[in-house]
Design a protein around this ligand. Sequence first.
Ligand code: GLP
Length: 245
Amino acid sequence: MIDVRVLPDREAVGVAAADLIDAAVIDRSERVLGLATGSSPGPAYAELIRRHGQDPASPYRSSHAFLLDEYVGLPPDHPERYARVIRREFTEAMGIDAGMVHGPDPDAPDLERACRAYDAAITASGGVGVQILGIGTDGHIAFNAPGTPFSEGTHVARLSSSTRRDNARFFDGDPERVPASAVSQGIATILRARALVVVAMGEAKAEIVARLLSSDPTEELPASALHLHSDVTLVLDRSAARRVS
Ligand code: GLP
């Protein structure tokens, strides 16, 4: 059962998602975070920074973090590399050392091997305790596009044209400049996290949220895999919840 919470606005969504992450890190002593990029987690990250950023004894400072995905083909110093985005938008202000933040290696000569190594590193860390997730308008989670087998671990993923269009806002509005592929945790990797906090906000997500909640698990709708997990909270603002009956 997905636990659905509807909040009045993005600030309230951030507070609710931060409460769920704090419950894992502070109450349940989880020390491995799963981090997503994109705009959906932004308010939760801002709230966590407000609560803990200045605290030298914050348990987040001794936590590891694993990124969901990373573009293939961007130079290491590109500002849209997810490793740089997450540092800029969250981990630096939280006092999490760069060495504690891990991502799939998009520059490895053997990408398949790098994917297996990434899954192994997550497992060796004890596994992700709490994973924050957004949802793409086509129902993707991480970069798992419709049709991706639920059984896949971290793998090289092609970006659909709709995802490249959605992400063009980070690349001067030009979908052609959005990388065509990424290294992404698979659905199987994501479902191994002990708790999932999924955030969707805005009118553009209303349709996919309603479809996800009314769908049985099907590979045609990657986010429907969330129904297979026993600890999922979907945090919505009013606009994203508009079509939920
Ligand atoms: C991107 C990311 C996903 C993210 C999704 C939604 O392509 N790879 O991890 O959840 O799209 O993005 P946003 O939160 O900006 O709507």
